[in-house]
Design a protein around this ligand. Structure first.
Ligand code: FES
Length: 160
């Protein structure tokens, strides 16, 4: 159950259904995902049917209905990347981290997600990490990236 109140997000937006996407963006920023309880609250407060809130929250890749790791690794599995080995990259990431696409690692450091195109097809296979693009990615470079991010995450935790 989310603990922070949604009042600051809803301030001035109640009963304004057209504010749905902006409100969901703020909920996503607050929690790192969109909890079910928050969807119910947004539905009631904006006057938008819960099914519509769910439809919008599940449609856009920017929103997540599950908690996501500190590092979100997005793996393009579109055709242009697929023919250049995107599946090998996905296997590398999921195998190295021990998660399925969409899941968060138990330490909260990583989520691997798959998408159908990242808009840089000529540079494939393409992977992003928290919005940074890595093109012509190889399994070896990806392994190094994940190791480096894991090392940074462990260091930050140790010094927190
Ligand atoms: S298919 Fe991978 S970036 Fe377009």
């Amino acid at each position: 159950m989310p603990s922070p109140t949604l009042d600051p997000i809803l301030e001035g937006r109640r009963s304004q259904p057209h504010q749905l996407i902006e409100v969901l963006q703020d909920v996503q920023s607050l929690y790192g995902y969109i909890p079910e309880e928050a969807m119910r609250c947004v539905s009631t407060e904006l006057g938008v049917p819960l099914m519509e809130v769910y439809r919008v929250a599940s449609f856009y890749k920017a929103f997540s209905l599950k908690p996501r790791g500190k590092n979100v690794i997005t793996m393009c599995q579109g055709t242009a990347c697929h023919v250049r080995g995107a599946k090998l990259l996905l296997n590398q990431a999921t195998g190295q981290l021990g998660v399925e696409p969409g899941e968060m690692t138990p330490d909260g450091l990583f989520t691997v997600q798959r998408v159908n195109c990242l808009g840089a097809c000529a540079l494939g296979p393409v992977v992003t990490e928290n919005g940074s693009y890595y093109h012509h990615m190889t399994p070896g470079r990806l392994r190094g990236l994940i190791e480096s991010l894991r090392h940074e995450g462990v260091e930050e935790t140790a010094h927190a």
